[in-house]
Design a protein around this ligand. Structure first.
Ligand code: ADP
Ligand code: MG
Length: 676
């Protein structure tokens, strides 16, 4: 038996069990060895019920009574009375009705969970349960918990893994030996043994450290290597034209913030170098990223180069085109807009102008990366809301130049420091950590659906004062029986009753582009008081006179999405408000409370990272395959250690190909995280 053997080679695994593993994606002995526990339960410290105090606790008890009742759609609560010889307590599970069948037998179980105040009494919440008779004797009752596999009970999975112990003991090392030594890490085989068959909690910690180190090492080595490769590329030299930039900045209707000045300066310096710029501009919503990109475009045009700015939606591309046209055309820079709705002769003419260099700055959606688009001399590429694009889309755009153009990726979803160090390690970063002067913090309130009338009064007062409001719903249309709000229904409701005397617009993704543009520009010019919209306005839309953002069913949105939506207001000197209306009158989620508390996108990004993990935040396109099983990007200390070792490894000039498995994984990450 070896790592590529089929599972049926293992004692106790027949065709049926093998198929069940296969359905879960585990085909070989090696797959099973790498099927690491998602957690461990420590049943070694058992508390008697009579002595129990709040906190994470384990008890050894029998289940005396257990019932399940539906509370509302989508929520079933199972309650049980658990007893040992010292007393009784109550346990609750949410949506785990199978607990009834599991526990009814009357056998003795270990229960481990949070003992806390919940539903007006102290209870053990969502405890795990392990039959005492299943508990392996040789361990300290620290048990691996595996991701569940349909049809397979955990004790069986543990037994099958026990058969592989001799093989695991002989697993080859995958990290360079000198790193194992200098970082005092367990060997690969020691670590995997400890994960599957831990003796103590300390064992697991050391094992996790080693495995997390390896995962991060692959990721960081990849970004170091990407950085090294970038630095060997030759880029366009775009000279700094000081009088032009100075004149432009002086004529702006506002004064640049210091953060904007610094970012502009960093870009201008990168333009002067031989190496193509590879820069991420991070700035909270409303920080003023567009004008920074605009100055870059101005500079590029004066050096004889074209700029391409790609935005994720038509609304946004159109808005950028309007802004940049206003900013740049007085300086004889020619701006063009290419989206799906530019058709026929106009489109052909634009293609021609891009090809001959008659336009300097081309703004567009994905339309920019089509094969029919040829640039005359593309020197500067700007990707707005870069996390909305996949790697390949960015690459397509960069390929439109014979030479690697300078690249500026912009994002309003701030990237936590730890991610910036790992995933984006090859990028230079500019941060706009300062909002333009005079902006007031947005007042955010969680609002119960029962007191909507008061809310409408507040909104009406704002409109009376000359301001405008957004109302956001999750759905376009809602004919089903669920109670989520849809823009169609809300639009009708508001227009026919409460806001009869106001001008209301409707916007959603299924409308034709010219209809969308028309509504958007009526709202922007103040012809509409209220815009009822789906999240198509989520990113980038800039209507400074709007001061109210009402989000219906706010609990249905993610943290960064809520922050983005909120960022549509607070863009002028007027006080702005964001109301988060929940779909039920239940206790609001952590997410909503955090967003109510803080206006700081960087802080919220850290919270989001903790709540959801990196894959969810940065989108499937780039990070779906990040595949960190053990490491968490919140572990900045480990990241610093790993970064150091990765740097030493690159500097030492060692050949990566000497380490076969490592090389494969690193190359995978190199492709995945590169921005070029
Ligand atoms: P974002 O960073 O979210 O993309 P925008 O570039 O859309 O922000 O800018 C938000 C608004 O702030 C725009 O109306 C823009 O004209 C304005 N703005 C940008 N910089 C400044 C500044 N330094 N002072 C005042 N207003 C500014
Ligand atoms: Mg923007």
């Amino acid at each position: 038996m070896n790592l590529v053997s089929s599972l049926e080679k293992i004692k106790g695994v027949g065709p049926k069990v093998a198929q069940q593993f296969a359905d879960a994606g585990l085909l070989t002995v090696g797959d099973l060895i790498n099927f690491l526990p998602r957690a461990h339960e420590d049943y070694s410290a058992v508390t008697r019920i009579i002595d129990i105090a709040p906190g994470k606790r384990t008890i050894k008890a029998k289940c005396e009574k257990i019932t399940t009742r539906p509370v509302r759609r989508g929520l079933r609560i199972t309650t049980a009375t658990l007893a040992d010889d010292s007393g009784k307590l109550q346990a609750v599970w949410f949506n785990q009705p199978y607990r009834e069948t599991q526990l009814k037998s009357g056998e003795e179980f270990f229960f481990s969970g949070e003992f806390e105040f919940n539903y007006n009494r102290y209870q053990l919440t969502n405890p795990s349960a392990e039959r005492v008779s299943d508990m392996p004797v040789q361990t300290d009752r620290v048990l691996p918990i595996y991701r569940s596999i349909k049809g397979l009970k955990t004790p069986l999975v543990r037994k099958i893994l026990a058969e592989l112990k001799p093989l695991i003991t002989m697993l080859p090392e995958s990290l360079p030996e000198d790193i194992i030594k200098s970082e005092k890490l367990l060997s690969r085989s020691q670590a995997i043994l400890a994960m599957h068959f831990p003796k103590t909690v300390e064992d697991i910690e050391k094992a996790r450290e080693r495995l997390a180190f390896e995962e991060l090492f692959e990721l960081l080595l990849a970004s170091q290597l990407n950085r090294q490769e970038n630095s060997k590329l030759e880029g366009w030299h775009i000279p700094f034209n000081q009088p032009v930039v100075k004149n432009f900045v002086e004529k702006l209707p506002f004064k640049l913030t210091n953060a904007q000045r610094l970012a502009v300066w960093e870009i201008i310096q990168d333009f002067e170098r031989k190496v193509p710029m590879n820069r991420l501009l991070q700035g909270d919503v409303g920080a003023g990223k567009t004008v920074v990109a605009g100055i870059g475009a101005l500079q590029a045009a004066h050096g004889g180069f074209q700029t391409a700015l790609m935005a994720p939606t038509e609304i946004l591309a159109t808005q950028h085109a309007e802004t940049l046209l206003k900013l740049l055309s007085p300086f004889n820079i020619r701006v063009g807009l290419l989206t799906g709705s530019v058709k026929g002769v106009a489109r052909r003419n634009l293609y021609e102008a891009i090809k001959t260099g008659e336009v300097d700055v081309v703004i567009g959606t994905h339309a920019l990366i089509q094969e029919t688009v040829h640039f005359h001399k593309l020197g500067f590429v700007v990707i707005d809301e870069q996390h909305r694009f996949g790697v390949s889309q960015r690459q397509e755009l960069l390929k439109k130049s014979d030479f690697m153009p300078h690249m500026l990726a912009m994002t309003a979803t701030p990237i936590p420091r730890s991610l910036a160090l790992t995933v984006y390690g090859e990028l230079d970063i500019s941060i706009l950590n300062e909002l333009p002067k005079g902006r007031l913090p947005i007042t955010t309130k969680i609002w119960s659906p029962n007191s909507r009338a008061q809310l409408y009064t507040l909104i009406d007062e704002q409109i009376k004062a000359g301001r405008q409001a957004y109302v956001i719903c999750t759905l376009i249309d809602n004919n089903s029986d669920n109670e989520l709000k849809s823009v169609q229904n809300e639009y009708k409701k508001l227009q026919n009753s409460i806001f009869k005397h106001r001008r209301i617009g409707l916007l959603h993704g299924k409308m034709k582009s010219d209809e969308k543009d028309a509504v958007m520009s009526r709202f922007a010019s103040g012809e509409l008081d209220i815009l009822v919209s789906t999240t198509v306005v989520e990113v980038g839309v800039d209507v400074p006179n709007a001061t109210v953002m009402l989000i219906e069913d706010a609990d249905r949105f993610g943290l960064s999405q809520l922050h983005q939506l909120r960022g549509r207001v607070g863009r002028s000197i007027h006080q702005s408000y964001c109301y988060l209306v929940t779909s039920t009158s239940d206790k609001p989620s952590v997410r909503l409370k955090e967003i109510e508390k803080s206006n700081d996108g960087f802080y919220l990004a850290e919270v989001d990272l903790k709540l959801r993990g990196p894959g969810e935040i940065y989108g499937r396109a780039q990070h779906g395959a990040l595949n960190l099983q053990i490491a968490t990007l919140a572990d900045t200390r480990l990241i610093a250690r790993v970064k150091n070792e990765a740097k030493l490894f690159v500097e030492s000039g060692q050949n990566l190909l000497k380490y076969k498995q490592l090389a494969t994984n690193v190359q995978h990450y190199q492709r995945l995280t590169t921005l070029n």
